[in-house]
Design a protein around this ligand. Structure first.
Ligand code: PLP
Length: 368
């Protein structure tokens, strides 16, 4: 029987942007010893969040539907960011929200701009909704705001994406550069500003949030610094008309009760985030020191991973393959010229020690 899939679905490849570490473990028949490839947190969740979920489990944490309005969580977020609740939409991580954003704004054939080699899930969502993707090269290992805006203007694009700090390079722009970008978004276009890593930085990388400006959507998540990637909670901060439109199409029971409770509790735990920032800064320094010791250049990172320069793409790929054989899960940028780098995630002390051991022992024998 021929199934009548839509032409769009028929045209898409049967692949997702990521092969999960679990898939790789099943293929290898054994678990990884170090899981430092998906930018997950090695520093756990807030104790207050853990306690709140534990308490909820003995009540109706799982048997009741979650609050479709995410009221408590949105209240806490509104307070944190100094905006109204109507200017916040919570959903199943930034990945889901990027999909909703594309669905809300892009009709098949309309143009979207991003950087070549930037966050692949965004591209996946654009493809899944029939959008046409225009890419702009990185400049000196940074996403290039001026070139992104120029491409936006030139192609009459309706949406332009930038992540600050960036994945996969870990680099960042300062708040004033981003503010200038926001100020120059062409008429008819919106900026999707992905700030998944913003909580790691104690520097001033985020321009002031201005929900009166209907041209920018700020994407935040509990997956990275808050250590809750498995709980799937992210949010958009934007003008209320944008949020109203996202609400028209989102899945209202997406965020389960336990996730709502955990996210709300971790926002109240102010010491937690400061401790994570400290741990991340320390571990990052350990990775810098290790790379220095091995004679490998690295990029200063504003995230929980460090891009380490292996010199060539072939050597980067060979290194990842070899590390995989020693039970280390790591990833690297997908396209030139970024693919000379490997992306070293910050693991636990134990994972880091193991990585250092393997690199010291084996690096000299890796393909050069
Ligand atoms: C990790 C990551 C995300 C994923 O966020 P979720 O909230 O877990 O979906 C989004 N954007 C970038 C740039 C990331 O690296």
């Amino acid at each position: 029987m021929r199934i009548a899939f839509t032409p769009l679905v028929q045209s898409l490849p049967a692949s997702t942007p990521f092969v999960g570490p679990e898939t790789l473990e099943r293929q290898k028949g054994q678990p990884f010893r170090a899981r430092i490839g998906a930018n997950e947190s090695a520093f756990g969740i807030s104790d207050q969040a853990r306690q709140a979920i534990t308490d909820a489990l003995t009540d109706s944490g799982c048997s009741w539907y979650p609050d479709p309005e995410n009221y408590e969580l949105r209240s806490a977020l509104a307070l944190k960011h100094g905006v109204a609740m109507e200017e916040i939409c919570v959903d199943g991580g930034i990945d889901t929200l990027l999909g909703l954003t594309v669905r809300m704004l892009i009709s098949p054939g309309e143009t979207v701009v991003t950087s070549l080699g930037a966050y692949p899930t965004f591209n996946y969502q654009v493809a899944g909704h029939g959008g046409k993707l225009v890419t702009v090269p990185y400049r000196d290992n940074h996403e290039d705001p001026d070139a992104l805006l120029a491409a936006c203007e030139e192609n009459n694009a309706k949406l332009v994406y930038l992540s600050n700090p960036d994945n996969p390079m870990g680099t960042s722009h300062n708040a004033s550069t981003l503010q200038k970008m926001i100020d120059n978004v062409p008429d008819g276009a919106l900026l999707a500003l992905d700030e998944a890593y913003i909580d790691f930085s104690t520097e001033d990388l985020a321009p002031a949030i201005d929900t009166n400006n209907p041209k920018v959507l700020r994407f935040r998540t509990f997956s990275k610094a808050y250590g809750m990637a498995g709980m799937r909670v992210g949010y958009i901060i934007a003008h209320k008309d944008i949020i109203t439109s996202v609400n028209k199409i989102r899945n209202h029971f997406q965020i389960n009760r336990l996730s709502q409770i955990a996210a709300t509790a971790s926002l109240a735990d102010h010491d937690f985030l400061r401790q994570v920032q400290k741990n991340v800064a320390n571990r990052r320094q350990q990775v810098y020191d290790l790379a220095d010791e091995l004679g490998l250049p690295w990029l200063p990172s504003s995230t929980n991973f460090v891009a380490v320069d292996m010199g060539t793409s072939d050597r980067a790929k060979a290194t990842l393959k070899e590390l995989g054989e020693y039970g280390i899960f790591m990833r690297m940028p997908g396209v030139p010229p970024l693919d000379r780098y490997i992306r070293v995630g910050l693991g636990t002390e134990e994972e880091h020690t193991y990585l250092a051991h393997i690199l010291r022992e084996k690096l000299s024998t890796l393909a050069r």
